[in-house]
Ligand binder design. Structure first.
Ligand SMILES: *Cc1c(COP(=O)(O)O)cnc(C)c1O
Length: 415
């Protein structure tokens, strides 16, 4: 809040945001610095970041290896356009292919984009190009989130987000998540090019499907000649305890999209496809001015190298187990959903926004994707002591909200 002196209530200088579009709720905190799992605001207050920039800074804030890689690349070569070759992108592409193959080459190819939505745009265009004229439909799930561009918004299964922007691009069909019967009917009735699914619904509140769902989707896609596109933008790159969440289900997707954690905060997205599918694209079919440029891919190369060295999937699995156990003991928590360090904390009352605000006041960053669910996605390098501290703060925030502590019933973050 800004006082008459142009200072915030806690004495920090006010930031004039009037030249920004109002696409996000007014923030209550302004951050200036981060280190590992910690953040500091303009007033010098410390926070624990258990949201990780929305599952982005998986190695923690200001990771020295990523920072050095970006600085070094910035002094060497930032950008030349895709009319010319560069050395970093091809290397990162083959690393991603090996991670998708869980250690051995998966035999696919990568297109680099700048965001998650762009990675999904690539997947949607590729599926249409691969399937050919007339077989253009993309089936996705109700409640899913796939991005904010017009096509990825059309794929996103949230009618409220569609409404203000109609007409949306045609060719998108939605089915209930975790319902193979519904998916089968859609595949029978529409000319489907691809099924696009999150292996765990992230923005919808960390919803985990039945253990046999994805394998069933794979079988239905094979029966109907549709591609299986797995949106691993939030779940991918070690967060759920495997390199990719689809690996828990032991299946082979045709296309995998990723972004968030790939550059540990540097903007980069990628769309991987198995080679026969990728071959549907020829020169001129798709492109991006910035996509795959040396600066962003240098960040991704360093991120993936560090993740490999520290065995990030194992760290996520271990820390996730500790965090889940501790959260389940908190009064007011009725369940913890998710895998690894992508967790949805289900509350016994629809007070998630208030708990989120109360936690922020006490120095803990989380968010509230649903009225009864908090989402936690801390850096995978989070220390045991930080987990214990965060759970203690969350316990205090829950108690304060349940006791009706004044000043905590404020608006919290939205995804
Ligand atoms: C965040 C997210 C996206 C969109 O990524 P942007 O980088 O914001 O465009 C798409 N799909 C999933 C599952 C996501 O979590």
């Amino acid at each position: 809040m800004t006082g008459p002196s142009g200072m915030t209530g806690d004495g920090a200088p006010a930031v004039d945001r009037s030249a920004l579009m109002h696409t996000y709720p007014e923030p209550t905190v302004t951050f200036v610095r981060g280190q590992g799992t910690e953040l500091w605001d303009v007033a010098g207050r410390r926070y624990l970041d258990f949201l990780g920039g929305l599952a982005v800074v998986s190695l923690g804030h200001a990771h020295p290896r990523v920072a050095d890689a970006v600085a070094e690349q910035a002094r060497t070569l930032v950008h030349v356009s895709n009319l010319f070759g560069t050395t970093v992108g091809p290397e990162v592409a083959s690393t991603l292919d090996r991670l998708i193959g869980d250690g051995s080459p998966a035999g696919g190819q990568v297109f680099f984009a700048n965001s998650g939505a762009e990675a999904n745009e690539c997947a949607i265009k590729l599926a249409r190009r691969w399937a050919g004229p007339g077989r253009h439909v993309v089936v996705s799930a109700w409640e899913s989130f796939h991005g904010r561009t017009l096509a990825t918004l059309a794929a996103t299964g949230q009618p409220a987000k569609h409404e203000p922007f109609r007409p949306l691009p045609p060719g998108f069909v939605h089915v209930p998540y975790d319902d193979l019967g519904g998916l089968e009917r859609a595949l029978e009735h529409a000319p489907v090019a691809a099924v696009l699914l999150e292996p765990i619904l992230g923005e919808a509140g960390v919803i985990v499907p039945s253990s046999d769902f994805l394998a069933g989707v794979r079988r239905l896609c094979d029966e109907h000649g549709a591609l299986l596109v797995v949106d691993e933008i939030q779940t991918g790159l070690a967060r759920t305890g495997r390199w990719f969440a689809f690996q828990h289900a032991g299946l082979r997707p045709d296309v995998v999209t990723m972004a968030k954690a790939l550059g540990n905060g540097m903007p980069i997205g990628a769309c991987w496809a198995r080679a026969e599918v990728a071959a549907a694209f020829g020169p001129g079919d798709h492109g991006s001015t910035f996509g795959g440029q040396p600066l962003a891919t240098a960040a991704a190369r360093a991120t993936l190298q560090v993740m490999h060295e520290i065995d990030a999937p194992a760290l996520a699995a271990r820390a996730g187990a500790r965090l889940t156990t501790a959260l389940r003991r908190l009064p007011g928590v009725v369940g913890v959903r998710g895998a690894g360090l992508l967790l949805g904390v289900e509350l016994d009352e629809p007070v998630a926004a208030a708990v989120c605000a109360a936690a922020l006041e006490r120095g803990l960053v989380v968010n509230a994707p649903r009225s009864d669910t908090l989402r936690l996605a801390p850096p995978l390098v989070v220390a045991d002591g930080e987990i214990d501290e965060a759970v203690e703060i969350l316990g205090a925030a829950l108690a304060a909200v349940v006791d009706g502590d004044p000043g905590t019933e404020t608006k919290a973050s939205t995804p």
